[in-house]
Design a protein around this ligand. Sequence first.
Ligand SMILES: Cc1ncc(COP(=O)(O)O)c(C=O)c1O
Length: 428
Amino acid sequence: MHRQVPFHRHDLVPGDAAAVARVLATPMLTSGPVGREVEAQLAALLGTRHAGLVGSWTNGALAALLALDIGPGDEVIVPAMTFVASANVAELLGAKPLFADVDPDTLLLRPEDAVAALTPLTRAVIPVHLYGQMADMPGLRAALDKAGRADVRIVEDAAHCLEGTDRGEAPGAHSDIAIFSFYATKNVTCGEGGAYATNDPALAAAMAQTRLHGMSAGAADRFAGGAYRHWDMARLGAKANLPDLLAALLPLQLATIRDRLPRREEVAARYERGLAGLPIRMPAARPGTRSARHTFRSTCRRPCATRRSPRSTPRASASRSTTAPCRLSPTTAGDTATRRATSRQAMPGARARSPCRSTRRSRARTRTMSSTSCASRSRRSASARGSQVDSVTAKSSGARHSASQSGGAGRGTSPSAARPISTGVRAT
Ligand SMILES: Cc1ncc(COP(=O)(O)O)c(C=O)c1O
């Protein structure tokens, strides 16, 4: 018997729908007072001086790179282990993404990895808090400064890490700016959306413009106080604002997000117990961090066999053997039934599928592996060069319908219940 587990079921509640209905009853559907309140709520949650809402992580990062004046001729360091958006934003602006190695244990960019990838053209580093665990931000800042590169900006990819901390500090504390995602599968969601947090007032002021076409005042500001205020096109900007219609879904979720983290941790611990003994490993925890537990990931211990496609070029097969995420539809921890494999590319160009010997030997029987060619575009290689990384990704949600409220069934399933809540097959 095998069980299909959906990657994600949102757990929005009637109160969220009511908040949207309240916005619908006003003339202000785009960015306005609701968003402002959420921004204040976010700044308080994260402990930063400024926070703003954006249409997605990707749009927020584009607005941030525009605000930092990054473009053609510039290089941006990105960890080789990430979701493609972290590199795309540099590429889209004409800058060059340079992939840096990651720690093979934590899968996070280390300060020394970033320093090793520096060139005179480097303008920014985008460390990624993969799966919810924070990379070393104070260490990265110190390492860049020590390398004489205080000019290099740090833009945290905190898409997975709204409630994660490192020694009690949230993303945004040690970087120029941290950017979050409220995409449909994230710990907090409004379907599509995102946010940024920064302690830099100049960058916050620039972001307010670059997220909105470069205009000096958005619709709400122009009519604030009843009198019309003229606006200018102050700079080049993107269309990256979040409308109040979507922002309305956030306040209730943000109010409870930290309280829901223990539930996510409980579900993740159950996966860990259930997977113990299999020839796979989970990313190591960095001391002092508390993961947001966005997704649950495990990796094959042994290199996997690659099957060369007869039509593949030597270059393509070389890149295929670099990093090859393989995702499974997870079942409940401890379930030894056959697990169906599902793959999804983390990077463009991934097509070939190959069986993984080590996982075939494990109790989890059926797998499909996808590969990526992202590192072929990089001057630097991923840590896993020459071997393939086979992974299991599952999403463990701290559902807002708690087990106690729902009697332990459905979306607020208790660890002992038959099906896990909100688990998945993709890392994003
Ligand atoms: C690590 C990471 N960064 C960035 C993004 C892009 O986020 P968004 O879809 O909000 O643009 C994702 C997507 O899920 C992601 O997983």
